[in-house]
Design a protein around this ligand. Structure first.
Ligand SMILES: [Zn+2]
Length: 188
């Protein structure tokens, strides 16, 4: 069952063990948009996100592989080895989806340093697990017309931070294919 709250260390260990047979080429960041960080009410909020994905969208589980709270708490979402994700049309089979409880159009991730730190830390781990460079970090908006994870977030800044953390990159990132299909972010 997904949506178990885990420590960063537990998340990193789980990420290292949850390796599917298919290739993973990118890490894609999302914001929930709704609920915003201001609306966050603990695990109840995370369950509301999953309920939306499962009951309204008809998916088998929450779409994101990992979910992050404004206070830095980490929730394990859909396991990569349980099947494809459901967070970015066109890339649900070759990416890891990280969802942040944030409206990045109005709330800068930097306002939530614990969440920022843990999202980056787990992204570093995922890059190491799958042999990716910082170029493998994408934002949902790279694949559609949405702003996700919000206009206040600068991908180049986070790629630079990732590069600094990844001391020995093992392979080049794979460029994305452009996809203009509708996206899967939270609406309510
Ligand atoms: Zn998104």
């Amino acid at each position: 069952m997904s949506l178990e709250k885990v420590t960063l260390k537990q998340a990193q260990e789980r990420a290292a063990a949850d390796v599917p047979p298919r290739p993973i080429r990118m890490i894609i960041w999302h914001h929930f948009e709704v609920p915003t960080a201001r609306d966050y009410e603990g695990i109840v909020t995370m369950h509301s996100v999953r309920r939306y994905h499962v009951e309204t969208r008809g998916w088998g589980d929450v779409g994101y592989n990992w979910l992050f709270a404004p206070d830095g708490d980490i929730y394990a979402g859909r396991s990569l080895t349980s099947g494809d994700g459901a967070h970015c049309i066109g890339h649900n089979d070759d990416s890891v989806g990280l969802g942040m409880c944030l409206n990045g159009d109005e709330e800068d991730l930097a306002l939530f340093p614990e969440m920022q730190r843990n999202v980056l830390a787990l992204t570093v781990t995922l890059c190491e697990v799958f042999g990716l460079t910082a170029e493998a970090l994408y934002f949902h908006r790279d694949f559609g017309s949405k702003t996700c994870p919000g206009v206040l977030l600068d991908r180049a800044q986070y790629r630079a931070a990732l590069t600094a953390e990844l001391r020995t990159p093992r392979q080049e990132g794979v460029p994305p294919t452009v996809n203009d299909d509708p996206t899967s972010d939270i609406r309510r």
